[in-house]
Design a protein around this ligand. Sequence first.
Ligand code: SF4
Length: 76
Amino acid sequence: MPIKVTIRRDECISDGVCISLCPDVFEWGDDGKAAIVEQYRVGDDLGAGKVPDELEDCVKQAVESCPVQIIAMEKE
Ligand code: SF4
Protein backbone atom coordinates (compact mmCIF):
# COMPACT_ATOMS: atom_id res chain seq x y z
CA MET A 1 0.00 0.00 0.00
CA PRO A 2 1.47 3.36 -0.95
CA ILE A 3 1.87 6.12 1.58
CA LYS A 4 0.22 9.46 1.01
CA VAL A 5 2.58 12.34 1.81
CA THR A 6 1.71 16.02 1.89
CA ILE A 7 3.73 19.15 2.54
CA ARG A 8 2.01 22.43 3.42
CA ARG A 9 4.45 24.25 1.21
CA ASP A 10 3.25 27.77 1.93
CA GLU A 11 4.59 27.31 5.48
CA CYS A 12 7.96 25.78 4.53
CA ILE A 13 10.91 27.69 5.99
CA SER A 14 13.37 26.13 3.52
CA ASP A 15 15.81 24.72 6.04
CA GLY A 16 16.22 21.54 3.99
CA VAL A 17 15.87 19.05 6.85
CA CYS A 18 13.47 16.77 4.97
CA ILE A 19 15.67 16.83 1.88
CA SER A 20 18.76 15.88 3.90
CA LEU A 21 16.99 13.04 5.70
CA CYS A 22 14.99 11.64 2.81
CA PRO A 23 16.23 12.77 -0.61
CA ASP A 24 14.40 9.89 -2.31
CA VAL A 25 11.13 11.65 -1.54
CA PHE A 26 11.89 15.36 -0.98
CA GLU A 27 13.67 17.87 -3.19
CA TRP A 28 13.80 21.63 -3.68
CA GLY A 29 11.06 23.18 -5.78
CA ASP A 30 11.92 26.05 -8.11
CA ASP A 31 10.48 28.42 -5.53
CA GLY A 32 13.07 27.36 -2.94
CA LYS A 33 10.66 25.34 -0.83
CA ALA A 34 10.56 21.60 -0.29
CA ALA A 35 8.61 19.54 -2.82
CA ILE A 36 7.83 15.89 -3.44
CA VAL A 37 10.19 14.46 -6.07
CA GLU A 38 8.61 14.30 -9.50
CA GLN A 39 8.61 10.50 -9.56
CA TYR A 40 6.16 10.29 -6.66
CA ARG A 41 4.18 13.47 -7.17
CA VAL A 42 0.42 13.35 -7.64
CA GLY A 43 -0.98 15.80 -10.15
CA ASP A 44 0.32 19.36 -10.37
CA ASP A 45 0.67 19.88 -6.65
CA LEU A 46 4.36 19.99 -5.68
CA GLY A 47 3.35 19.20 -2.12
CA ALA A 48 1.34 16.03 -2.73
CA GLY A 49 2.63 12.56 -3.40
CA LYS A 50 2.28 8.83 -3.06
CA VAL A 51 5.41 6.93 -2.12
CA PRO A 52 6.14 3.21 -1.86
CA ASP A 53 6.13 1.40 1.48
CA GLU A 54 9.88 0.87 1.57
CA LEU A 55 10.36 4.62 2.01
CA GLU A 56 8.13 4.78 5.06
CA ASP A 57 10.96 5.07 7.59
CA CYS A 58 12.64 7.89 5.76
CA VAL A 59 9.37 9.81 5.32
CA LYS A 60 8.64 9.28 9.00
CA GLN A 61 11.98 10.76 9.96
CA ALA A 62 11.21 13.82 7.86
CA VAL A 63 7.72 14.15 9.38
CA GLU A 64 9.17 14.01 12.89
CA SER A 65 12.09 16.32 12.15
CA CYS A 66 10.45 19.14 10.18
CA PRO A 67 10.82 22.10 12.56
CA VAL A 68 7.47 23.60 11.60
CA GLN A 69 5.64 20.23 11.39
CA ILE A 70 4.10 20.73 7.98
CA ILE A 71 4.75 17.27 6.53
CA ALA A 72 2.04 14.68 6.97
CA MET A 73 1.89 11.01 6.04
CA GLU A 74 -1.01 8.64 5.89
CA LYS A 75 -1.17 4.99 4.98
CA GLU A 76 -3.77 4.30 2.34
S1 SF4 B 1 11.82 20.10 6.89
FE1 SF4 B 1 9.89 21.24 6.78
S2 SF4 B 1 10.47 23.41 6.80
FE2 SF4 B 1 12.30 22.22 6.34
S3 SF4 B 1 12.46 22.21 4.11
FE3 SF4 B 1 11.32 20.36 4.73
S4 SF4 B 1 9.14 20.92 4.68
FE4 SF4 B 1 10.35 22.83 4.65
